[in-house]
Structure formats: structure tokens, C-alpha cells
Design a protein around this ligand. Sequence first.
Ligand code: NAI
Length: 355
Amino acid sequence: MNAPLSLAPPMPLFGLPGESPHERVIFGTDRSGLRSIIAIHNTSRGPAFGGCRMWKYKSDHAALTDALRLSQGMTFKNALANLPFGGGKAVLFAPAAPFDREAVFSAFGTLVESVDGKYITAEDVGTTTNDMHVVSLRTYHVSGLPRSGAFGGDPSPKTAWGVFLSIEQALRLHLKKSLSGATVAVQGLGSVGMALCEYLADRGAELVVADVDAARVADAVSRFSARAVPVGEILEVEADVLAPCALGAVLNAHSIPRIRSAIVAGAANNQLAQPEDGDALHARGVLYLPDFLVNAGGIISVAREHLCMGNEADVMREVALIADRVGELLERCQGRESPARVADAWAREKVSTTA
Ligand code: NAI
């Protein structure tokens, strides 16, 4: 008799290795070309809230891994930000050929609606406020809609503001420095990275930047007198702060030994390739501020928009509390423990408490 085929996937299908399983994972396809995964990690604090990312995934497995990791990050992010929401995230495969964007996002709206409010979506990398408008024609469970005058809309500037305040706080508490004259290396000049550069340049920081998009680099050089370096070098730049604002897993066994910044704090989700990479940064004396702590500005904005709570000033006040949490994290660590581990434990503690 032939030996049975081994069909074991390289990771559990319904959760991350070593973690409790996700509550629900929904796969959706449609003749519009939609191929999507909604991952609902945890709803202890409320419905799962997190954006939808459209990306050219190399495989179904890569998309599933991204959805599972991002949704767990949202559980932690929402809990630390004291939001009455659990963690979830959706990923959409960007079709290879030109496609009818409206039809795809309309089908995605129908998929979100089918989850009965257990998942609320918004924009993320590769999606826009216009896409969210299309989704909103199919479901109420969407935020980050185009706005004119009122608060809400594109969350990126709020995300950038929270990261900016975190950097300022870490410089002050950890290096006893102000932004004026400090060097910040920014990886990724998209919606968040460019807004962050603007806030930093306004306060006198010296910027070093890199992006795969040469036009964005040229823009940052001309607007902020930034120094451009090749994308392969940005993580190794000597700087006070390194701000990863592109994609995840950039802090890994290869990059960490090469980092020459005292602090790492940026917007990109899931910057650590593995939890142990937080320990490696700590061992090297690099202060790493976990992404799910510092990049909560955007979810704070879309959450208030969805709940119709308050106004722009309230959003800004709530985003400013991120800097207080950075201070609290440093106190909890006492310079001895790894901030990644401490923030992880802090978030898990909060997940099990009601909002
Ligand atoms: P975006 O798509 O507008 O910008 C990403 C930028 O990174 C682009 O300019 C892209 O060309 C660049 N890039 C891609 N690969 C690169 C590489 N290898 N080296 C250098 N640059 C590279 O995305 P956005 O909205 O600015 O988000 C950035 C990160 O922050 C993402 O990880 C996102 O999940 C995260 N985030 C964004 C939030 C938001 O409000 N937009 C909220 C929380 C997290």
C-alpha cells in the first residue's frame, strides 16, 4: 500500500502557531474577480474592526498568513487603544489583469455584510476612501468613507500623527533629545510615511528616506530636504530613529544585526518577522516601540467615525493618548524588559477585559 500523502499545511489553517485559533476565517470569491479572506481573530471586546488590504499575493498561503497576522495585530491594537472592538482584517487578492474595481469592492461589501456585523472594515494598503464608499452601498459595517468637512475619512494622517507623537516621546524619554536636529530614517513614503515626514520636518528633524517609487523619493527630497538612500540601505542608516512605514516583517534575523538606530518606531503593521525578533532588538540595545501601540491613530479615527462619536478635536485628543501609552510602556519595561514582550502581555491583559 502506498504511504498516505502528507497534506499537512506548513501552519495551522485557523490560527497562528502557538496562538489560540482565530474565531472565524471567511473565504470569499465572486465572478467580479473578488478573492478575499476575512480573518476575525477575537471579539471579546466587541466586533472585529480592521482594514482591508489589496495586494498582489504570491500564493493563497501568503494571503492567509497576512490576514491571520494582521487580524491578531488588530486585536492587540484595539485593546491597547481602549476601543470597544476586537481584531479582524481582510485581504483581497489584486487581480493580475485589469479589473472592474467597483464590481470587486461591491462584492466585497456583500461578503462583509454576510458576516452580520462581526467584522467592520476600512481602508488599508491598496484601498481608498472611494473603495469604502462602494463597500458602503452593500453594508453598514464599513468606515473611512469620503468626507467633506466632517471628521473621519482617510485614516492615514491620524496614523502618522500618532507615530510622530510616539517618536517625539521616545526621543525625549529614552535619548533625552528633542526632534530638532534629530535624524529620522523613514522607510516608505506612502500615505502615512509622507505625512510623517511632513510632521517631522516641521519640527526640525533631519530626514533620510527610501521608497521603491522614485517619484515619492524626489518629492520628499524637494519638500523636506530629505537625504535619499537606496531601499536596500534604509534599515542600516545611522539615525536616532528608524521609522518603518512600508510593509511588514522588515525586522528580522537578517536586518536586526545591521540596524544602527537607537529607536525603531513606525507605522508598518507586523514589523517583527517573529516574536523573538523583539528580543533580538532589545539585546542589541535598540528601543523598539511595537507597531500595534504606535500606529493606532487610524483605527481611532475610523472607530469614532463609525460610532459617530465626537468631532475632529476628540479624535486628535484620543490619538495624543498614544504618546502617554509609550511613556507607560517605558515605565513598565524599566529599561530591563523587552518592550515587545511587555506590550504583548499588556495587550493580552486588556483583551480579556471589557472596553
Ligand atoms: P501606502 O501603500 O500608501 O505606502 C506604502 C509605501 O511603501 C509606498 O510608497 C510604497 O512604494 C513603499 N514601499 C513598498 N515597498 C517598499 C520597500 N521595500 N522599501 C521602501 N518603500 C517601499 O501604505 P500606507 O497607508 O502609508 O501604510 C504604510 C504601512 O502602515 C502599512 O504597513 C500599513 O498596513 C500600515 N498602517 C497604515 C495605516 C493607515 O492609516 N494608512 C494604519 C495602520 C498601519
